[in-house]
Design a protein. Structure first.
Lengths: 212, 237
């Protein structure tokens, strides 16, 4: 079987050691890094994403696949940098100021990485200006914010207002999510999108960037 | 009456099926060997790292009214405001399953062991809920037979951040209860640390006082609706 297909198939099964080994072999065989990435790793995660949406597999399966993806990406990264292969986009993510919950944010970051995005993860308790400054420094087109407390949700509006005040609305799009949030709330505060889970966030970010 | 309650692992062992449901797996036919092993690994880790403890303190209805009022941000009307005046006894409580678990979850994610980190998070969440149930049971067994409380009465807990009780209510609750004594801190956003902690009020009374219609203004915005299960539990008892 074609080695790239082996990477994709093993990733879908969550076999991180096999993905590591096959990626290693693909690199040694001088296969193009972009092909290993697009047709092996991202293609595998894409199948995982579709199966998850169809309720054929569940969160643990997705996360096992994500670990396998990481095993492959970790080896591919130096090659991608060397060959100047860009990611499909950059996203700054974080839990807003005052909020220390980060499981949801982590899951979104994992799914976005699996889709080929570069993630700049600011962690938790992130002040409003830091989201924007980091996005500008890294030329990230999307800011993703998470909040799990009603007391921290208002920080999201501060970020949206700051983006508008600095005339960056065309340059930086904002997606929000978290247990107490709704699509209505996202709309009220002027966010560009709302993601109800990791997979949905991937779809919404792709829409925001015109990648669908 | 104020008491620090020692809670053991045996009191809060998470139910595997509940953990898997938390991970989105509601049918055993969907469970693979790999995920089953993951769950077992997470349960073993939880057993190693858990350090549960709780505290409760009884108070008068008048004092609770003041604490419940908090920063004046509660929804009006709300279930708790309508239930507590009919209580036979009230006690504020707080508990945690321990901070090492949260640290371990962070470590697992940092090491890209996402599936185990997420599963451990679900185990810890279920265990925290079980600790809440244990606390209710412990408190009830200490008051039944006193102050006109019979075995036909029951205890239910209600927490800030739910059912119209604004999360800022944690502030006054913490001032009164002082859960810092058992290692639970509150940040400026009213977030408890360790993360796997819960707090609130335990209300003892007849089952009728705890049955409420899910028809409050904020019910439409609620994503969990776990009051339904709790009310069903009352009706089934």
């Amino acid at each position: 079987m074609d080695i790239i297909k082996q990477i994709s198939d093993n990733l879908q099964r969550g076999e991180d050691e096999e993905v590591y080994n096959f990626t290693r072999r693909a690199i040694e065989q001088n296969l193009p890094a972009k092909s290993i990435l697009d047709d092996g790793l991202i293609a595998g995660m894409s199948v995982v994403g579709e199966k998850f949406k169809a309720h054929e597999i569940f969160l643990p399966d997705v996360l096992l696949a994500a670990k396998a993806m990481y095993a492959g990406m970790d080896q591919l990264k130096p090659l991608m940098i060397k060959e100047g292969i860009p990611t499909i986009g950059k996203v700054v993510v974080g839990s807003v100021q005052g909020d220390l919950h980060d499981i949801g944010k982590n899951l979104v970051a994992i799914m976005l990485r699996g889709a080929g995005f570069e993630i700049i993860d600011l962690g938790n308790d992130v002040p409003p200006e830091k989201f924007i400054d980091t996005a500008l420094e890294n030329e990230a087109a999307v800011i993703g914010m998470s909040a799990l407390l009603t007391t921290t949700m208002p920080v999201m509006k501060k970020v949206v207002d700051l983006v508008k005040a600095r005339n960056l609305s065309d340059k930086v799009k904002i997606i929000v999510g978290g247990a107490p949030l709704t699509e209505d709330y996202a709309r009220q505060i002027g966010a560009d999108a709302y993601g109800f889970d990791g997979m949905n966030a991937v779809d919404k970010v792709k829409e925001l960037l015109g990648l669908h | 009456m104020r008491e620090i309650v020692e809670i053991s692992f045996e009191n809060i062992i998470p139910d595997k099926i509940a953990v898997l449901k938390n991970q989105g797996i509601s049918k055993l036919s969907d469970l693979t060997d790999k995920v089953n092993q993951l769950c077992d690994d997470a349960l073993a880790l939880f057993k190693e790292l858990n350090n549960p403890i709780g505290v409760y303190s009884e108070l008068s209805k008048g004092l609770f009214e003041e604490i419940y009022e908090g920063e004046g941000a509660n929804e009006v009307p709300s279930p708790v405001a309508e239930i507590f005046p009919r209580a036979k006894k009230l006690a504020l409580f707080a508990l945690t399953v321990g901070g090492e678990l949260s640290d371990k979850i962070v470590e697992l994610f940092e090491n890209h062991d996402y599936a185990l980190g997420s599963m451990l998070d679900s185990v810890a969440s279920e265990a925290t809920e079980n600790a809440g149930i244990y606390m209710e049971s412990y408190y009830f067994s200490s008051v039944v037979g006193t102050d006109n409380i019979s075995i036909d009465d029951l205890v239910m807990r209600y927490s800030p951040g739910y059912c119209g009780w604004h999360i800022s209510g944690q502030g006054k609750l913490f001032e009164f209860l002082n859960p810092e004594e058992i290692g639970i801190e509150l940040n400026d956003s009213y977030l408890m640390m360790p993360l796997k902690s819960i707090s609130g009020v335990m209300i003892v009374g007849s089952r009728e006082i705890h049955e409420f219609e899910i028809a409050y203004r904020f019910c439409d915005e609620c994503k969990t609706m776990n009051c339904r299960d709790r009310i069903k539990e009352i009706l089934d008892r």
